[in-house]
Design a protein around this ligand. Structure first.
Ligand code: XMP
Length: 531
């Protein structure tokens, strides 16, 4: 079952054929205040509970001519609602309506010049031209394809037109009834001029979406959804880490069910920032929420001993985390029936659980590593929201700004920030270095200018000199990135003088670290975390 609101809510369903840009389509629609969900091209409509007004077929790596290529499910056309095929999605539409696709003939990648061959009136006044209404006769678009459309679909009842071309290919088609559209280029990519406008027209003018999805006003939907999922006698424990997502989840659950039916449970994994457990406790107390802290440092350290493979560490931490909750639930089994987690939509999709994503980049411990059998029901009320939507919801719930705008911290914590194997000495060194770095960012008013900043302990020792002695100590790398949703990230432009001061403080105050690096890699090709 996919994350969904109620059937009273309307939106667009995105069928994912494995494109690297699928999540961007969802992102753009949400920015346009259009509700949407991504499902795998192999799933069916039953998996979505909201009212689907239109369908977008994403791009993907397949070639329609290959026997193993993924096809257009029958149910899509049976719905008789508008369909927009992007890239591979357009080729699927062409095939479906008996046009032909030329395979592997030319590769067009990057920016291309889009030309509109029809008379301007067509784009102003016809159903087929609606997506291109105010687009210039020539504009830049982003292409990424090897196959292309050779002949237009010929279907007895539906006429298709070529709406746009590039020098090398048919770039856009539309049916004269304005129901089916195909774009060879990617409107969701920001290099495509007018791309967002096309998605907006598709949603509002073609699919006739009426209700705007406003993340600031969604509180009542979420509360209604939680009340549907939780029976009147059930009590919930909320896994909280003090981060934005779990704090919003905890406050939301308390608001929906009443504080007496909700218990925040905080696992001190020993892989947290310096003094994190105490800080979270006092922060939540100020919000009127008390939490139980489970002191489980040893439990995690023992399981992680000697393990250096990043995926294994994630799995171990994920399982250990759930075990702690299972033990808590066992000890309180009369009291609790449900575990709530603050999993977000980007976690779901990056883990390959939302759409069709054969290339899981890495397992997110709060999604991928859950055991098959759980001792309690799991609910994830934020599972269909992006980070900025969660922050808007948090503001609605009156959670203070400094909590909502704190940097993200990964579930596996320092477990994925100590490259290689983990021990208590390394954890303590990294905690100290990280605390110095974050404190310096705050004092220099730089903290709010970056999406995420942290230190990573590298599995390497370097030679240094302190006073008259030679040292042989650990190396840390500082990371600071700007991003809007963590799907891509730029390196934050921190002043060199600031960085050298931080390096000096770390090396002089943390005995055991003698060298500090700054990571200057964007995402992609790197990820934000090191493991
Ligand atoms: P990456 O490293 O994938 O990180 O570029 C993207 C964002 O996700 C956070 N992250 C995680 N969060 N569990 C989490 O809850 C995880 O396993 C995990 N791995 C990465 C990361 O800190 C960044 O904000």
């Amino acid at each position: 079952m996919h994350p969904s609101l109620s059937s009273a809510h309307e939106g667009i369903l995105i069928l994912d054929y494995g494109s690297q840009y699928t999540l961007l389509i969802a992102r753009r629609l949400r920015e346009l205040q259009v509700y949407c969900e991504v499902i795998s091209c192999e799933d069916s409509i039953q998996d979505s509970a909201f009212t689907v007004r239109g369908i977008i077929l994403s791009g993907g790596p397949d070639s329609v001519s290959s026997t193993s290529s993924r096809s257009l499910p029958d149910w899509v056309m049976d719905l008789h609602i508008p369909v927009l095929g992007i890239c591979y999605g357009m080729q699927l539409l062409v095939r479906y309506f008996h046009g032909s696709v030329r395979c592997g003939s030319k590769r067009e990648y990057g920016k291309s010049l889009l030309q509109l061959p029809m008379q301007p009136e067509v784009y102003q006044n016809t159903a087929a031209g609606i997506l291109w209404k105010d687009i210039l006769p020539e504009s830049t678009v982003w292409m990424s394809h090897g196959d292309d459309v050779e002949t237009l679909p010929r279907h007895q009842n539906i006429t298709f037109h070529i709406m746009a071309k590039t020098q090398r290919s048919i770039a856009a088609i539309a049916s004269s009834d304005g129901r089916y559209f195909g774009l060879q280029y990617h409107p969701e990519v920001e290099h495509t001029q007018g791309g967002t406008d096309m998605l907006k027209r598709f949603a509002y003018d073609v699919c006739k979406i009426q209700s705007q999805w406003d993340s600031g006003n969604m509180l009542s939907y979420l509360i209604e959804h939680i009340l549907q999922q939780v029976e009147k006698h059930e009590r919930v424990c909320v896994a909280c880490s003090g981060g934005v997502d779990s704090t919003v989840c905890l406050v939301l659950m308390s608001q929906a069910l009443g504080a007496d039916r909700v218990q925040g449970v905080f696992v001190d994994t020993g892989l947290l920032r310096l003094n994190e457990a105490q800080n979270v406790q006092s922060m939540l107390e100020k919000l009127g929420i008390s939490i139980t802290i489970l002191h489980k440092q040893q439990h995690f350290y023992e399981r992680l001993q000697g393990v250096s493979d990043p995926e294994k560490k994630r799995q171990i931490i994920g399982h250990a985390f759930i075990d702690c909750f299972a033990e808590f639930a066992q000890n309180h089994k009369q009291d609790y029936h449900i575990l709530a987690q603050g999993t977000l939509y980007s976690d779901v999709i990056e883990s390959g659980h939302g759409g069709y994503n054969p290339q899981v980049i890495k397992t997110h411990h709060n999604v991928g590593a859950l055991p098959d059998v759980m001792p309690f029901k799991l609910i994830e009320p934020l599972r269909f929201l992006f980070k900025d939507e969660v922050r808007a919801l948090g503001a609605e719930l009156k959670i203070p700004h400094h909590i909502l705008w704190q940097h993200p911290f990964p579930g596996p914590g320092l477990g994925v920030r100590i490259a290689g194997s983990i021990d208590m000495e390394k954890i303590s060194l990294l905690q100290q270095a990280d605390a110095i770095y974050l404190k310096a960012l705050r004092s220099a008013n730089l903290y709010d200018r970056v999406w995420q900043a942290f230190a990573v302990l590298l599995p390497v020792k370097s030679v240094g000199v302190m006073g008259d002695s030679r040292t042989h100590q650990w190396v840390v790398s500082l990371r600071a990135v700007t991003a809007s949703d963590a799907m891509t990230a730029e390196v934050a432009d921190l002043p060199l003088s600031f960085l050298t001061e931080v390096a000096e403080s770390i090396v002089s105050q943390v005995s055991g670290i003698n060298r500090v690096l700054f990571d200057i890699t964007t995402k992609p090709p790197a990820t934000i975390e090191w493991e």
